[in-house]
Write a protein that binds this ligand. Structure first.
Ligand SMILES: CNc1ncnc2c1ncn2[C@@H]1O[C@H](/C=C/CNC(=O)c2cc(-c3ccc(F)cc3)cc(O)c2O)[C@@H](O)[C@H]1O
Ligand SMILES: [Mg+2]
Length: 214
């Protein structure tokens, strides 16, 4: 049967990237998406903003919602200090399988805990399963209509502390209007919009960085 786009992306990484070299994995995926097939990775322009926020926060506890093929997982994990791991949630087994291989090809498997399942089920389990008290940094890039319910879940589960940083992809395209209204209106968050473009296109998009104020 015909391969899937994530499988073709993995093939491109195995063909064009250097094993154990995260930068080459990132470049190989960006090249594939620019010259072969568009795919919904955060991409190089928004990815650079992601890099700068991760570097600034230098988090000890990290969560990503929506692994997809692991592109942003690799971008984040390569910047984490030794001994720090990122937890990434993915409920599509086929996508998780590709992501696992792409993360391993980058040599970052020891810095990543990929959990198969839905954020709605897994967020309440973070404390008991992974010994997390609060997250320093959260990257939201899963179904856009789930950003708001999940941020409320973080609050309810006591997973945010004064200074926790949430970075959300696609707040313009496809758009997350309810989430944006919530974080920008709530007195409990300090929000800032980083303008950019939809990955590999000239369409406007951007990232919203929201700091929890406690
Ligand atoms: C709801 N809880 C969840 N828990 C765990 N994993 C979840 C998940 N929701 C979705 N996922 C997974 O995340 C991934 C989904 C991501 C959704 N992202 C988008 O829809 C998206 C879509 C676009 C996009 C933009 C313009 C356009 F024309 C077409 C697409 C661009 C992006 O950057 C995107 O992030 C999949 O791998 C899915 O299985
Ligand atoms: Mg996205």
């Amino acid at each position: 049967t015909r391969s899937t786009r994530p499988q073709r992306m993995l093939k491109a990484v195995q063909k064009n990237a250097t094993k154990g070299n995260p930068k080459s994995v990132i470049s190989a995926i960006d090249y594939f998406c620019k010259h072969s097939e568009w795919a919904m990775n955060v991409g190089d322009e928004k990815g650079s903003i992601l890099d700068s926020v991760v570097t600034e926060v230098n988090p000890s506890t990290v969560l990503e919602l929506g692994t997809y093929c692991g592109y942003s997982t690799v971008r984040i994990a390569r910047l984490l200090s030794p001994g720090t791991k990122l937890i990434t949630l993915e409920f599509n087994p086929a996508n998780a399988a590709v992501a696992k291989q792409i993360i391993a090809y980058a040599g970052l498997q020891d810095k990543v805990i990929l959990v198969e399942g839905s954020s709605g089920d897994l967020i309440p389990q973070m404390k008991e399963r992974f010994g997390i008290t609060t997250f320093d940094f959260i990257f939201l890039d899963h179904w856009k209509d789930r950003y708001l319910p999940d941020i409320k879940l973080f609050e309810e589960c006591g997973l945010l502390r004064k200074g926790s940083v949430l970075l959300a992809d696609n707040v313009i395209c496809p758009g997350t209007p309810e989430y944006l209204e919530y974080v920008r209106k709530s007195p409990r968050y300090e929000s800032k919009y980083f303008p950019a473009h939809l990955e590999y296109t000239k369409v406007e998009d951007g990232l919203e960085k929201s700091v929890f104020l406690g």
